[in-house]
Design a protein around this ligand. Structure first.
Ligand SMILES: [Zn+2]
Length: 264
């Protein structure tokens, strides 16, 4: 009898301990989620980006390494920014199709975007992209010179592709790029070296993308810090509206990526 009592007591202790452990793990994230719709901190403020990086582990488990620069001298690869802010980031690529409706939409909604442009469309569309840059809604970042895949290429080739547009982009758009997105999402260790060699602070991938009028995201919904992939194609305005509406419905803001990973 005493033995059974002891077992019962031990079991009770284990159950209580387990429950409190689970509660301890789930409580912060669930309260964070429920507070998401009311917590409207502007993700662009310096104080926000400073404070958020201190309390990230429980919400970003499984996320790629954070934007820690310089540990091995190469640029980190980021597809989900370590943050507890309910914020996502929009990266729009290439720049070939330049629809005025996209500019109107972004100005109206005041949504910040990161433009990963290849050299020729950036040059051809200078005034188009400049309107978004001048409105404070866009930064223009590196997406190679020729839009060739760089994976597997020698360092000298990758360095040229990744870095060659920076001087021109600085002149055209008034700011030196600090981020790189590899064409086709194809990169390797050399890409990270090449990016770091010209001061780029991260190789930016994505957790979700718009395709044929629908949004596909890893896990089926937004996580804090998710970076998305969009393209300057004829359906961009439609895709942007889809993402904006979805973000609002899930209690997420759309942030400026460079405020989180782009450096000073
Ligand atoms: Zn591209």
């Amino acid at each position: 009898m005493p033995r059974r009592m002891l077992v019962t007591i031990l079991l009770a202790v284990v159950v209580v301990a387990t429950v409190s452990t689970v509660a301890g793990v789930t409580a912060p994230s669930s309260s964070d989620t429920s507070g998401a719709t009311t917590r409207r901190r502007p993700p662009t403020s310096a104080s926000t980006s400073t404070t958020t990086t201190t309390t990230l582990p429980s919400l970003v488990q499984g996320a790629p390494p954070g934007p820690v620069i310089g540990t091995d001298g190469t640029a980190p690869v980021v597809s989900r920014v370590p943050t507890t802010d309910n914020v996502i980031f929009l990266g729009i690529d290439d720049g070939l199709h330049r629809d005025p409706a996209v500019v109107e939409l972004l100005l109206r909604e005041k949504v910040p975007v990161t433009l990963f442009l290849a050299r020729d469309p950036a040059g051809d569309g200078r005034s188009y992209f400049r309107e978004l840059v001048d409105a404070g809604l866009a930064t223009v970042e590196s997406h190679t010179k020729s839009h060739e895949s760089v994976r597997g290429m020698p360092y000298s080739v990758q360095q040229d592709e990744v870095c060659a547009t920076l001087d021109e982009f600085t002149e055209w758009f008034g700011r030196r790029p600090t981020l790189f997105r590899p064409p086709y999402g194809e990169w390797d260790a050399t890409t990270r070296q090449a990016a770091a060699s010209c001061g780029l602070r991260a190789v930016v991938m994505w957790q979700g993308a718009t395709n044929d009028g629908r949004l596909d995201i890893v896990g089926g919904h937004f996580f804090p810090g998710d970076v998305l992939l969009l393209h300057f194609r004829p359906d961009l305005a439609e895709n942007l509206q889809l993402v904006i509406d979805r973000a609002r419905a899930e209690g997420f803001k759309i942030g400026r990526l460079v405020d989180y990973v782009g450096g000073p």
